[in-house]
Write a protein that binds this ligand. Structure first.
Ligand code: ZN
Length: 277
């Protein structure tokens, strides 16, 4: 499932590829994709409009349209937003196609069909439910170690485990199962540790690990562990740098102990029982 680094990689690519392009045609092949919004109205509001920017919030892509509308793209489990020549054969599971004015198309392909589009007329994002509840962006320039420590402190009365908190998008935006495991390993924190037991020095390590892991993953253009590819169909390279995710049963790269996989907060969780206390 694409997390912050994968969606940010797609955002940066699309910012170069589609900004200033005009959408000349809109083909919606799946009604489910628009979650009840009228396909006719969707087409009418987007055809002959220019894309003027590509943003991101958490794991959501946001296309800015010159009308002032904003289009939210939720990739969810397996959604791909691909920039391809119009002449290229249409893949199975292609649910939406934007024809662009340069002979290319932006296609939404989603095998598992959890992804969806939401057109926000007038672009008033402050009214959008799924954005309202999100926690801070971990890589935002203004998001300091002190801010993070305060956030952790505010949860000190919670009985939750640290991994569960990292997965909670209302606590922090953009970290999912894969990066939560990597971050906790770098921070040397056991995923099952109650949040209430996290000390200030550990919160500081966690903050630095989050920033470091996400930044390096973006530099490697994301992780293609299963289905993720970028906007031009290329895999990300961070998979080579994974320290614990998908490595259970193998030796810890730091200490040689055998990595374990357990279920934490309802998710398969990989960690080193020796390094992560
Ligand atoms: Zn270890």
């Amino acid at each position: 499932m694409p997390e912050l680094p994968e969606v940010e990689t797609i955002r940066r690519d699309l910012a170069k590829l589609v900004v200033s392009r005009k959408i000349i045609s809109v083909t919606v092949a799946s009604l489910k994709l628009l979650r009840g919004y009228s396909p006719a109205r969707f087409k009418q509001r987007l055809e002959n409009r220019d894309i003027i920017g590509v943003g991101r919030r958490a794991k959501i892509l946001i296309l800015d349209i010159d009308s002032g509308d904003k289009l939210l793209v939720h990739l969810k489990m397996s959604g791909r937003l691909l920039y391809l020549p119009a002449a290229e054969a249409t893949a199975k599971h292609t649910h939406l196609v934007f024809g662009l004015d340069n002979g290319f198309e932006l296609r939404f392909v989603d095998m598992r069909r959890f992804g969806y589009f939401k057109l926000v007329e007038g672009g008033r994002l402050e009214d959008v439910a799924e954005l309202k509840s999100l926690g801070p962006e971990p890589l935002a320039a203004g998001f300091s170690e002190a801010d993070f420590k305060d956030l952790i402190k505010s949860k000190s009365g919670s009985r939750r485990v640290t991994k569960g908190l990292l997965l909670d998008q209302t606590f922090l935006a953009g970290v999912g199962n894969l990066y939560a495991d990597e971050v906790l390993h770098v921070a040397k924190i056991n995923p099952t540790r109650p949040v209430s037991s996290i000390k200030a020095a550990e919160a500081a390590r966690l903050y630095r690990a989050i920033r470091e892991v996400l930044t390096e993953a973006i530099e490697s253009r994301g992780t293609s562990f299963d289905l993720y590819v970028d906007a031009q169909g290329r895999p990300g390279r961070y998979v080579e740098k994974l320290k614990v995710y998908g490595r259970a049963g193998r030796a810890c790269l730091k200490c040689g102990a055998t990595l374990r996989k357990v279920r934490v907060a309802g998710r398969g969780t990989n960690y080193c029982p020796n390094c992560q206390k």
